[in-house]
Design a protein around this ligand. Structure first.
Ligand code: HEM
Length: 383
């Protein structure tokens, strides 16, 4: 049995070599566990759309960061209906396109402030530290009512939970640290409620444990994902000047580009696991109860059945029904927020710094092959 492909040596923006070799096959993880790997777009949607492929996975499943530690109450990404529905429903109205549009002026202001900071930074500057990470971090903190000034208490622990190389003890310790900080924050809020989503949830009938788990999920999901898209998307566009020129053309062009960048880069790939809750048939194959399944969103998003010329980055093409945000009941809750942040950040960056360029050769860029969510650790830029 072959190992799950992980080598992005040929091109850092493509799915690991060999990922799409078979639509459905059994592969080996680095810890020896065997899982089914699904790579065809229609099959990926079939798995993610069917909750009999359960998201409830007990801890101890190493190689998969969030599955290595025991699931926390309130972390509905690891739950099935009806519990998943009960918890997610409390939040869906808060993340609609309309609700997110109300944040536009504030996000624009944050982006402007970060550009000011970037311009003041010594050169070459790290685009991740100065721009790509602070934007989603500031936005999610304000939205939730988590003090950004206390980020030392959650940013590092959150990132640690997404490393593929940590030991079980390290992951559990990071989860405890994050949970401890948020439990303490929620106690502070109970004593003196402020403004934010977490404050609004104080009287929603959730237990404090559920509120902590939900906060961990929202804080992690709102940080690393969009930050990686902003930095990796910038790098990709710098490698494709013709496509970058299109993004610069107009706000509409930048908006259209966002979904193509999401599809092309698919920063969340094989990190999301499902467990067959009963014997299930997929593409003529029986998946036995208890077996694990993982979907390559990156491979599915390059499926020739999804769109023409899937290997090409074409930022002006119509939006394809890609699965970069997943599919089905667990499809990304924050996708409208992520899109808005990106559609504001990319054009503002390229407008302010028209000569933006990479300060090191592409081979020297530290890609996040060691993380559950792909991106770059640092991006040294000049202008
Ligand atoms: C470009 C940025 C982002 C990408 C690529 C992304 C991707 C994903 C994917 C693939 C899933 C599905 C997981 C699964 O099926 O197991 C997911 C779920 C989720 N995402 Fe995002 N995400 C992004 C940004 C955000 C942001 C900004 C938030 C902020 C709140 C967020 C919150 C969530 C939550 C709460 C879930 C769990 C939904 C559920 O289980 O019902 N995400 N995301």
């Amino acid at each position: 049995m072959r190992a799950i492909p992980t080598d992005r040596g040929t091109c850092p923006f493509d799915p690991p070599a060999g990922m799409a070799d078979e639509p459905l096959s059994k592969v080996r993880l680095s810890n020896g566990d065997q899982v089914w790997l699904v790579t065809r777009h229609d099959l990926v949607r079939q798995v993610l759309g069917d909750t009999r492929f359960s998201s409830e996975i007990d801890g101890g499943f190493l190689d998969v960061p969030l599955h290595a530690v025991q699931p926390q109450p309130g972390m509905f990404i690891q739950m099935d209906p009806p519990e998943h529905t009960r918890l997610r429903r409390l939040l869906t109205g808060r993340f609609t396109v309309q609700r997110m549009q109300r944040l536009r002026p504030r996000i624009e202001q944050i982006v402007t402030e970060r550009l000011d900071a970037l311009e003041r930074a010594p050169r070459p500057a790290d685009l991740v530290a100065e721009f790509a990470l602070p934007i989603p971090s500031l936005v999610i903190c304000e939205l939730l009512g988590v003090p950004y000034a206390e980020r030392a208490s959650f940013q590092e622990a959150g990132a640690r939970l997404l490393t593929l190389t940590g030991t079980q003890e390290e992951l559990e310790e990071a989860m405890m640290r994050l949970g401890g900080y948020l439990a303490e924050l929620i106690a502070r809020k109970r004593a003196e409620p402020g403004e934010g989503l977490l404050d609004d949830l104080l009287d929603s009938g959730l237990s404090d444990e559920e509120l902590v788990g939900m906060s961990i999920l929202l804080l992690i999901a709102g940080h690393e994902t969009t930050a990686n898209m902003i930095s990796l998307g910038t790098l990709l566009l710098l490698q494709h000047p013709d496509q970058l020129a299109l993004v610069r053309q107009s706000p509409e062009a930048a908006r259209t580009a966002v979904d193509e960048l999401l599809r092309y880069l698919s920063i969340v790939d094989v990190g999301m696991f499902r467990r067959a809750s009963t014997d299930l048939e997929l593409d003529g194959q029986i998946i036995r109860e208890g077996e694990f399944v993982t979907c390559s969103l990156a491979a599915a998003n390059r499926d020739p059945a999804l769109l023409d010329r899937p290997e090409e980055l074409e930022v002006s093409r119509p939006k394809a029904p890609h699965v970069a945000f997943g599919f089905g009941p667990h499809q990304c809750l924050g996708q409208n927020l992520a899109r808005l942040e990106m559609e504001i950040a990319y054009p503002a960056l390229f407008r302010r710094l028209p000569d933006l360029r990479l300060a090191v050769p592409l081979e020297k860029v530290p890609f996040k092959s060691d993380m559950a969510i792909y991106g770059v650790h640092r991006l040294e830029v000049e202008w």
